[in-house]
Design a protein around this ligand. Structure first.
Ligand code: FES
Length: 385
């Protein structure tokens, strides 16, 4: 800020006096003083670097979907779980066969649960999904995990969003909206939520009972089920289209989109056709599309401080996937190129990457997000320390 502005706001003299007085107070303070500002204490509670949890209960929704109830692992030092906003996720860290894997998992419960000492995540089977299959087949009650603080900004904000929220979901994209619907029911979120929930068949609507229960009790939550591969008069049939959006949207709306990559592409086209301003459209984490030409095997050398490690990485796997498989705990959270946490310097080599969330300066200085970057030659990568 320039001196001119400072003068305008406070007066330069007052400002200089203030900083001189502060210096005097700091000098007088004993170096042993164990003092922490209340704001810093609160920040640590809301955004802990890491949390430790144990699996308290497993609820099987069907053969391929389970909800895991997580509670603080006091033996590892976590006494309370950090509060979260509906729509946020946690990154959960698992060790499987010598590999170290982290995955973002949506918190699918009301924030009220955190106050009671509980998080809920729902895991569904993904073909060849190392972590999802591990959770569904191996994890038992009593298992312990390290998780991140709640993350992400797929959240309703009364100062930014319209009071009418039209949620557009397909498949397991419904998970963040379970949290939002429960938060509305618990009076923690003041908006009207209409969910257009698209699934293939009735069997795929794993949260229908819960959602029906909420819609019966809360006038601020409405759910419209849309079946794409089954006909039933009680449901909308086909896919979410322009007609359905126009039928169920309110006067002024914010649009929240969550689902598969192809779903995002389809819904974004529809919203564009309807002339919806981008500022009223929010997306949950999703990976952009990328065309990969080869599955050749390359060498990936990872530098971190004094350490150096070389491993194999196929053209069809991300640099982060190769590191995970080889037990390298590289920083990461979102896995879709958005959070920037894995940002690393490409020292040498050719890559194919989804760079829509990379800053211009990072592109110039050869920084990449290894979670969405694939090798096209041998690679040397410098990890953040
Ligand atoms: S893990 Fe978030 S950008 Fe890579």
């Amino acid at each position: 800020m320039s001196n001119k502005n400072l003068n305008h706001l406070h007066g330069e003299k007052e400002f200089l006096n203030l900083s001189r007085d502060r210096e005097k107070i700091i000098k007088k303070t004993s170096p042993k003083a164990n003092f922490e500002y209340t704001a810093n204490q609160l920040a640590k509670k809301l955004h802990p670097k890491e949390q430790f949890v144990k699996v308290a209960q497993i609820i099987s929704l069907n053969d391929h979907v389970k909800t895991f109830v997580l509670q603080p692992d006091e033996s590892a030092g976590t006494l309370k779980l950090a509060y979260f906003k509906p729509g946020q996720y946690i990154s959960i860290c698992v060790e499987i066969d010598g590999g170290i894997y982290s995955r973002p998992m949506t918190l699918c419960c009301s924030p009220k649960c955190a106050l009671k000492g509980e998080y809920r995540i729902t895991v569904y089977r993904v073909e060849n999904g190392i972590v999802s299959n591990f959770f569904l087949d191996e994890v038992k009650e009593g298992f312990h995990f390290k998780i991140s603080a709640p993350l992400g900004d797929f959240c309703y904000s009364s100062i930014r969003d319209h009071k009418n929220v039209l949620a557009l979901a397909n498949g397991y994209g419904i998970l963040p909206f379970i949290s939002m619907a429960e938060a509305i029911f618990d009076d923690l979120l003041d908006c009207h939520l209409t969910i257009l929930y698209e699934a293939k068949t009735k069997e795929d609507l794993v949260f229908k009972e819960k959602l029906d229960d909420i819609t019966c009790k809360s006038k601020n939550v409405t759910v419209v089920y849309v079946l794409s591969e089954e006909d039933d008069n009680e449901y909308e049939s086909g896919v979410i289209d322009k007609k359905l959006i126009l039928q169920f949207k309110g006067e002024e709306n914010s649009y929240f989109v969550s689902g598969s990559t192809s779903f995002y592409a389809r819904i974004n086209d529809l919203l564009k056709e309807l002339d919806i301003a981008k500022k009223f459209v929010r997306h949950d984490l999703f990976r952009g599309e990328i065309e990969l030409k080869n599955d050749e095997e390359f060498s990936l050398t990872v530098l971190c401080g004094e350490d150096k490690c070389t491993m194999k990485c196929r053209g069809s796997e991300t640099l982060l996937q190769a590191m995970e498989k080889n037990g390298i705990a590289a920083p990461n959270h979102c896995h879709v190129g958005v959070c920037g946490f894995c940002r690393s310097k490409l020292i040498s080599g050719k890559v194919k990457t989804i760079d829509e969330n990379i800053r211009m300066a990072d592109k110039v200085y050869n920084y990449v997000h290894p979670c969405v970057t694939y090798p096209e030659s041998d690679i040397i990568l410098q990890l953040p320390n």
